[in-house]
Structures are given as structure tokens and as C-alpha cells.
Design a protein around this ligand. Structure first.
Ligand code: ADP
Ligand code: MG
Length: 538
């Protein structure tokens, strides 16, 4: 334009705006920066990140979602990428890095097409078609998985923990994770909350254990109660074992000391009666959601009952699931059939804290996985690894499908999508091929992180797949091609389907943006063009 036109301001002063290609470039750069940050953590040879927050707290992790969550990312489209990780975390519990890295690569390849003047809506359409094709391919190549297939489930758990702090005791933790899911999983319904991870420092990872029941950071209410009760018959009560002040007539007039004594005796008798109701039911263990009066504690101790007070509502529900006890809200009606059962109820000391273990429950529907490790940082990371493993086992069972990892399924998809692209014409074909290329980022990164030559690796993988070896994956330790399924590198299909779904959806969303208008109201730092607030240089 040769003529200078006076600009018209339609936005308040201080607002910033970037339009068209600029907007797209900014968004893509931000998203790529996020993906690039977590890329080095991918796979068995991935490295960890050390995150230090403003309080000086340190987290050492390899987990994609934890890294992004802790980074406090500010840039709006970078945040959208973090959302992918969050969805992946919620839906599967694993594969967060994969999802983010794929999204970054999809956007990077889209950028290439944009510079070739392919319209964003054409790219979006091509990506959507390719994503659909990818899902179909995954369905087709998947192997069936059933709940009783312990060996394969263990391999899935092991794969989830490869390259994490859990590596040292992978076999043991995989075994615990599979047992935990097998005890609690039912087709009719399953809640991840049914498997509680309890972290404790001290001892080593190999001392981790599966408690077939509940572990609570609570102690018994009276010193002279038994510390351990075998063949426990457990009562759960959600009412207080106290005389509520409102139950006593406020207008009682006490004229002489004997009346006062009678009054106190009456209170004591009421409390005694309550504890008698409990022992009459046959219970030898009591968990009370509310408080227990000192006098009641005394009588319970005398009756040899192990009692805990102020148990959280959550733990009450879990206790009920684990022991089969019914939560009673009326002491009078408490009967033997309301009681739950556990092989052992015991108070144990960890460090200077007392814990109550309700273990050896019959058919527990809620269990606790006690994760042990030398230091806090170690147990924290172990917990994340074990929860990835549990998420993967549950996904594999609930969907009933699994694929081999180590890049095998990505190469299968790449080849299939390219074939599909041949049936298309023109620009869409470019977009579909760009999508196929983007999936190669997974085997490529696995190779790079292992210090291997990515081009050699991809070429070898492709030629193996062309020969019909659908599970040909990369052995990151030798650099050779291996049968990833036989090698036990197995992942639930849902990791891949979910990752591709959210990565392509967000990519599409970002591609459709051609105008970024940011108001100055927030007072915070404005969005730097092409960069991102709060992101470390990488
Ligand atoms: P994510 O957050 O995406 O789960 P991970 O760091 O857990 O990231 O890495 C997952 C990737 O590592 C998957 O592509 C998986 O197939 C691959 N992988 C896991 N174990 C192995 C192994 N033993 N050999 C090769 N690749 C593996
Ligand atoms: Mg993983």
C-alpha cells in the first residue's frame, strides 16, 4: 500500500493484537516450545526435569503432565497444549508426553504447509481425516487383552514405569499394581480412588507392599486398647460417641451435690450403654467418623475394643468397601450383620507417626498400595510412576485392547495413513501426509533420547514394517529393531487413541485462529510475539 491511512483505534490503549500469519506463527511457536520442553523426557532413556518453585520446593520428575503443571505456563495457546496433557492424565493417566510431543509436531508440520500457502482450513480438514484413519489403524492392529491375563498386564505396567525412578523395582511394583487392579476392578464400575497410593519414606522401594485393605494416618484412642486385633470384626459408625450438650435440658437446677453426682452418673451410664451396644454386636474394632468421649474411650478399652475416632468420610467409605461393613448411624440397631471383616487391624509406627492398618480383608473392593522409598523425592516420583502403571492396566482391561510400543504402532499408523493419502488429491493429500510424518516424532524422539541416529532407526523400522512385522520397534539399548510385543513393550491402545484425538483436536483449534487480541487489563506481562511468558529458555 502506498497511501498512508490514519490508523483507527478500536481497542483500548495498551491492548495488543496480532493478525493472520503473525497470529498463527505466534501460536505455533508457543505450542512447539511446550512440546520441546518435555520431549527430552520421552521413553526409557528420557531424562528427568528438576522443577523448583518460588518457595524453593523441588520436584524431580519425568512425568509430562507434572512438568507442565508445575511450570505455570502463561501463554494462552501454550496453555491449550498443557490442557492436552491434563486430558490425557485424566482419561488414561499415562502418555502425557506422547500427546504433547505429537501436538507440537502436528503444528510444526502445519507451519510448513502454511508457508506453502495451504489454507488453514484445508490443513485442519486433512488432519481430521488422517486422525480418523489413525484411529481405525489402531483398532485394527490392536491385540485383545483380558483381566485374567496377568502376564501381559504386568508387561503393560512395566512398560509404563520404564525409564522412571521406579526402574529399580519395576518387577515388584508391576506385580503390586496388577494385583491391586485385579482385586478392585469390576466391569460394572471402577473408581481409581479404590486404589489408594500411600507414600512413606524410609526403607527401599522393594519394601513397597499391597495392603488388602486400608492404611490411615490415625492411631487408636486409648493406650490400653490392643495394638493388634486378629480376625477383626469391624463396626463403622458415623455418629459421635459423646453426650451432645443439646440433649441435656439446659434448665436443670441442681440444688445439692448429690444431684450433681447423679447427673454425672447418668451421663456416664449413657456412655457406658453406648459402648455396650458396640460390644454386644460382636465388634472388636470400631471406626468412628466423629469424636469419642473420654469416658467412652475408657469403657471401650476395658472391653478390649480397638477404636479410632474422627475418621474422614472418605476413609469411612473406603473401609466399608474394603471390609464389607455397613456404616451405621444408629448405635441401637448395630448388629452383627453390619460388621465388616479384616484378618488384622494393627497400629504401626512409621517414623514418629502412628498408622492404622486394616489388612487381609476378604474380597476387598478398596486397597492401598504402600509405596516406599529412601527420600521424599524418590517416593513422589515412584508414586507418579505407579499411578501411570495403574492407569494403563485399567485402560487396557476396560477397553480390552493393547498395542506394542517402542514406536511400533506409530510406524504402522504412518505407513497406513500415507497409503490412504495416495487415494486423495491435491492439498488435502499434503496435509494428510504431514500428519503421517508428524507421528514419526515418537520413534524419532525415542532414538534421539537414546543417543541413536534417528534417520537410520526410522529407515530400518519402516523396512521391517513393510515386510509385515507390525510390532517392529526400536530397542533403545542396542539400536536394533526388535519385536516390541515379544520384548514386552506393551501399552493400552487408549494411550494412543486418546493422545491422537486430543493432539489433533487442539491443533485444529489453534490453526483456525487468525487473530489474537489481548487486553491490557491483566496488568501482567503482555504476550511477547513468538515467545511465551513464564517459559524458561530452552
Ligand atoms: P509418556 O508420558 O508419553 O508416557 P514416557 O516417558 O512414559 O512418556 O514414554 C513413553 C514411550 O516410551 C512410549 O512410546 C513407549 O512405547 C516407549 N517405551 C517404553 N518402554 C520402552 C522400551 N523398553 N523400549 C522402547 N520404547 C519404550
Ligand atoms: Mg509413560
Amino acid at each position: 500500500m502506498t497511501q498512508q491511512i490514519q490508523p483507527i483505534f478500536i481497542l483500548p490503549e495498551g491492548s495488543e493484537r496480532s493478525i493472520g500469519r503473525d497470529a498463527q506463527r505466534t501460536n505455533i511457536a508457543a505450542a512447539k516450545a511446550v512440546a520441546e520442553t518435555v520431549r527430552t523426557t520421552l521413553g526409557p532413556k528420557g531424562m528427568d526435569k528438576m522443577l523448583v518453585n518460588s518457595m524453593g520446593d523441588v520436584i524431580i520428575t519425568n512425568d509430562g503432565y507434572t512438568i507442565l503443571d508445575e511450570m505455570d505456563i502463561e501463554h494462552p495457546s501454550a496453555k491449550m497444549i498443557v490442557e492436552i496433557a491434563k486430558t490425557q492424565q485424566d482419561e488414561v493417566g499415562d502418555g502425557t508426553t506422547t500427546a504433547v510431543v505429537v501436538a507440537g509436531e502436528l503444528l510444526k508440520n502445519a507451519e510448513g504447509l502454511l508457508t506453502q500457502d495451504v489454507h488453514p482450513t484445508v490443513i485442519a480438514r486433512g488432519y481430521r481425516m488422517a486422525a480418523e484413519k489413525a484411529q481405525q489403524i489402531l483398532e485394527k492392529i490392536s491385540e485383545p487383552i483380558i483381566k485374567t491375563d496377568v502376564e501381559t498386564l504386568k508387561k503393560i505396567a512395566t512398560t509404563a514405569m520404564t525409564g522412571k525412578a521406579a526402574e529399580i523395582a519395576r518387577e515388584k511394583l508391576a506385580d503390586l499394581a496388577v494385583r491391586a487392579v485385579q482385586l478392585t476392578y469390576e466391569d460394572s464400575g471402577f473408581d481409581l480412588e479404590d486404589i489408594k497410593l500411600e507414600k512413606k519414606t524410609g526403607f527401599g522401594v522393594e519394601d513397597s507392599e499391597l495392603v488388602e485393605g486400608i492404611v490411615m494416618d490415625k492411631e487408636r484412642v486409648h493406650e490400653s486398647m490392643p495394638r493388634i486385633v486378629k480376625n477383626a470384626k469391624i463396626a463403622l459408625i458415623n455418629k459421635e460417641l459423646e453426650i451432645k450438650k443439646t440433649e441435656i435440658d439446659a434448665n436443670i437446677e441442681i440444688k445439692d451435690p448429690s444431684q450433681l453426682q447423679a447427673f454425672i452418673d447418668m451421663e456416664e451410664n449413657m456412655l457406658k450403654k453406648m459402648t455396650e451396644d458396640i460390644s454386644k454386636s460382636g465388634a472388636n474394632v470400631l471406626f468412628c467418623q466423629k469424636g469419642i468421649d473420654d469416658i467412652a474411650k475408657h469403657y471401650l478399652a476395658k472391653a478390649g475394643i480397638f477404636a479410632v475416632e474422627r475418621v474422614s468420610e472418605d476413609n469411612m467409605k473406603r473401609l466399608s468397601k474394603a471390609t464389607g461393613a455397613k456404616i451405621a448411624n444408629n448405635l441401637h440397631d448395630l448388629s452383627e450383620k453390619d460388621l465388616g471383616f479384616s484378618g488384622v487391624v494393627e497400629e504401626k509406627k512409621f517414623g514418629d507417626e502412628n498408622y492404622t492398618f486394616v489388612s487381609k480383608c476378604k474380597n476387598p473392593r478398596a486397597v492401598t498400595l504402600l509405596v516406599r522409598g529412601g527420600t521424599q523425592h524418590v517416593v513422589d516420583e515412584l508414586e507418579r510412576a505407579v499411578s501411570d502403571a495403574i492407569g494403563d492396566i485399567v485402560c487396557a482391561i476396560s477397553v480390552g485392547k493393547a498395542v506394542a510400543g517402542a514406536g511400533a504402532s506409530e510406524i504402522e499408523m504412518t505407513i497406513g495413513i500415507r497409503k490412504f493419502a495416495n487415494s486423495l488429491s491435491g492439498r488435502e493429500q499434503l496435509a494428510v501426509n504431514a500428519f503421517a510424518d508428524a507421528l514419526e516424532i515418537i520413534p524419532r524422539t525415542l532414538a534421539e533420547n537414546a543417543g541413536l541416529d534417528p534417520i537410520d532407526v526410522i529407515t530400518e523400522l519402516k523396512s521391517a514394517h513393510d515386510k509385515g512385522q507390525k510390532w517392529a520397534g526400536i530397542n533403545v539399548f542396542t539400536g536394533k529393531v526388535m519385536d516390541a510385543w515379544k520384548a514386552g513393550v506393551i501399552e493400552p491402545t487408549k494411550i494412543k487413541t486418546q493422545a491422537i484425538k486430543s493432539a489433533s483436536e487442539v491443533t485444529e483449534l489453534i490453526l483456525r485462529i487468525d487473530d489474537i487480541i489481548s487486553s491490557s487489563k491483566r496488568g501482567g506481562p503482555q504476550m511477547p510475539p513468538g515467545g511465551m511468558g513464564g517459559m524458561p529458555e530452552y
